[in-house]
Design a protein around this ligand. Structure first.
Ligand SMILES: *[C@@H]1O[C@H](CO)[C@@H](O)[C@H](O)[C@H]1NC(C)=O
Ligand SMILES: *[C@@H]1O[C@H](CO)[C@@H](O)[C@H](O)[C@H]1NC(C)=O
Ligand SMILES: *[C@@H]1O[C@H](CO)[C@@H](O)[C@H](O)[C@H]1NC(C)=O
Ligand SMILES: *[C@@H]1O[C@H](CO)[C@@H](O)[C@H](O)[C@H]1NC(C)=O
Ligand SMILES: [Fe+2]
Length: 569
């Protein structure tokens, strides 16, 4: 028999103990771009609980309860054996990541610690293991690339985000790789002190936003496809992107319109995120690819990312919209989830129930499109009112027959909730007369829960169809989707595309004369049909396919979209 020296025996015992320690590993540890997938594997978890969880941390030295998000280990099929793995895409937050696993049981749930939906936030008392650091390798170019119009027709703005303030440029040309022009981007950033309230200004919600670069491509020909890259020789260039420039001579306008989209995360976090946004972006990308070399743009009518003070959700949002926003200009209008906070300057008495804390401390500050802010003063005499008035009066309707106004909180809504009614009433008092006087064609609103073209007769102009509720809704879609707008000088066509199938569920056409052609009844899918309500009450106004009326109210056709059925605005 071999005699084992004592010290070897001890070593062997130590090894035995360390073998039963929980291990965690992550691969790869070097990533290139947002969306790259990491796999986190663990083993040796003793008496696993279905609440054991994996936390994502960035930067890696964040306190345990300052995670970016979490996933339960029980999402891995083999979790009961004490080992398993989870793969998920990671968004570049311009700092490193690490992953930690914690043991957590139902008896340890703290009812006082919960998210906005009253789901308990995971307990951090028992750390089991922490992974190596995951790094986004430098040199792969800027991220979150998105286009926007400038005030000049032959220009296109491109914005993008990098982790340092060094000089970056945009280079562009009519062919990929033939960069005939280069322009240096302006750079801006914002600081934690710029935020107005928690969580945006606190250590849980705040993350370094990086440097936001803003380049302008100038002297563009009309209606031409341009290729571009952003970045620098020393820090790397993006992959080539392309867009079709504006063409003021074209008789056609194509736009995709929606509100309240939000973003999707592959993990749970402090607030709910919006998986429905994946389908919205998927179908719009399909439609943009289908229109080929025609110019189009996106209009997002408020409540943009639903980050609500958790800054990394903005990184998710811009990463998610990049495939679309790098190809067509992406315009937004302010919503309550970008502004609303207790000390906001615009908070009149009649609006006490309207404005709350929806912004989580974030604040900011052939168709003529006007955006209005329902989050700041719009009553007669305010500077916004004067701006809208002057803008509407300046449109040459022979040249631009259609005017579309877009705002976030609706002027027409069948909701009588105390968060909606005062706003609707003040907008009807101050803005509606301005819109009707200036023959606004269409008003688009977000904020609510569905798709709802509205028409309602009013006491002071009883023959003009703007309906009393509940009959005023011509169509309600309870599902998520978006609107596609195509306008020529003769006709503006709006179609509503549902997220679940990417199909058209409602349609309306408005002629330049103001005449409205009704939607086609064949678009009545999934119970949201132009049903009995339309057939009876609406027949006078809408059925029969055609109806003539003077500009004014007939033309003020208002569409609401509900995106979040569960969410309270
Ligand atoms: C990220 O991790 C790498 C490797 O550990 C390290 O060299 C680098 O300094 C870290 N970056 C930051 C921003 O902390
Ligand atoms: C965040 O803003 C609120 C409201 O202005 C303020 O009371 C609070 O002290 C700020 N928090 C931090 C960490 O600066
Ligand atoms: C309005 O547009 C029409 C058609 O382009 C043009 O003939 C007319 O001169 C314009 N009117 C003004 C006031 O600019
Ligand atoms: C609005 O339309 C009416 C009826 O066609 C017309 O008389 C009026 O001049 C128009 N107003 C504006 C500002 O275009
Ligand atoms: Fe909203």
């Amino acid at each position: 028999m071999m005699k084992l020296p004592l010290f070897l025996l001890l070593i062997s015992l130590v090894t035995q103990t360390s073998l039963s320690e929980v291990t965690i590993s992550v691969t790869p540890t070097i990533l290139q771009k947002s969306g790259d997938i990491v796999t986190i594997s663990w083993s040796n978890v003793d008496s696993p609980s279905k609440l054991d969880w994996l936390g994502l941390y960035s930067p890696p030295d964040s306190p345990h309860d300052h995670f970016i998000g979490y996933k339960f280990l029980s999402s891995s099929p083999s979790w009961k054996s004490g080992s398993g793995s989870i793969s998920l895409p990671i968004t570049n937050l311009r700092s490193n990541y690490s992953f930690r696993i914690f043991h957590w049981t139902e008896s340890e749930i703290n009812p006082k610690l919960h998210d906005h939906d009253h789901n308990p936030l995971p307990g951090t008392a028992h750390l089991l293991a922490e992974s190596d650091v995951v790094v986004f390798e430098p040199g792969h170019g800027p991220e979150q690339i998105h286009l926007a119009y400038t005030d000049v027709e032959d220009e296109m703005r491109v914005m993008f985000v990098v982790g340092d303030g060094e000089e970056r440029s945009v280079k562009w040309g009519e062919r990929d790789g033939e960069w005939s022009r280069v322009s240096v981007a302006r750079v801006v950033r914002y600081e934690r002190e710029d935020m107005c309230d928690a969580p945006a200004n606190g250590s849980i919600g705040w993350r370094d936003p990086g440097w936001i670069h803003d380049g302008v491509m100038k002297d563009l020909k009309k209606g031409v496809r341009y290729y571009y890259q952003v970045g620098s020789d020393s820090k790397g260039w993006s992959t080539t992107q392309s867009f079709v420039s504006r063409n003021g001579d074209s008789d056609e306008t194509i736009a995709f319109l929606f509100g309240d989209m939000g973003t999707s995360t592959p993990y749970a976090t402090f607030i709910r995120t919006q998986d429905e946004s994946i389908a919205t972006m998927k179908w719009i990308l399909r439609d943009i690819e289908a229109i080929g070399d025609k110019h189009a743009f996106i209009s997002h009518i408020g409540d943009i990312s639903y980050a609500r003070g958790y800054s990394w959700l903005w990184d998710h949002f811009f990463t998610q919209v990049e495939p679309v926003a790098s190809k067509v200009p992406y315009h937004v209008c302010i919503g309550n989830h970008e502004y609303d906070w207790p000390l906001q300057p615009w908070k009149p008495d009649w609006a006490y129930a309207v404005y709350g804390t929806d912004g989580g401390g974030e604040c900011g500050g052939a168709v003529h499109f006007v955006y209005i802010s329902t989050e700041t003063n719009f009553v007669s005499g305010s500077s916004q009112y004067n701006f809208i008035k002057q803008d509407l009066e300046s449109v040459n309707r022979s040249k631009t027959p259609f005017v579309v106004v877009q705002g976030h909180r609706p002027m027409y809504t069948s909701s009588n909730e105390n968060r909606d009614a005062p706003m609707r009433n003040k907008m009807l008092e101050h803005l509606e007369p301005l819109f009707t006087k200036n023959n606004v064609t269409l008003a688009l609103w977000g904020h609510g829960q569905d798709w709802q073209p509205i028409w309602e007769p009013r006491a002071d102009h009883p023959n003009d169809p703007i309906f009393p509720q509940p009959a005023m809704s011509m169509y309600r879609g309870g599902e998520f989707g978006y609107t596609k707008l195509v306008a020529t000088k003769e006709k503006l066509t709006l179609t509503y595309v549902g997220n679940h199938d990417g199909q058209i569920h409602d349609m309306v056409e408005i002629l330049a004369s103001g005449e409205v052609l009704s939607g086609d009844d064949s678009f009545g899918v999934d119970g949201g049909a132009r049903t009995g309500v339309v057939d009876s009450t609406f027949s006078w106004y809408v059925k029969g396919g055609k109806r003539s009326c003077p500009w004014g109210f007939c033309g003020l056709y208002s569409w609401l979209r509900f995106l979040f059925h569960e969410e309270k605005w």
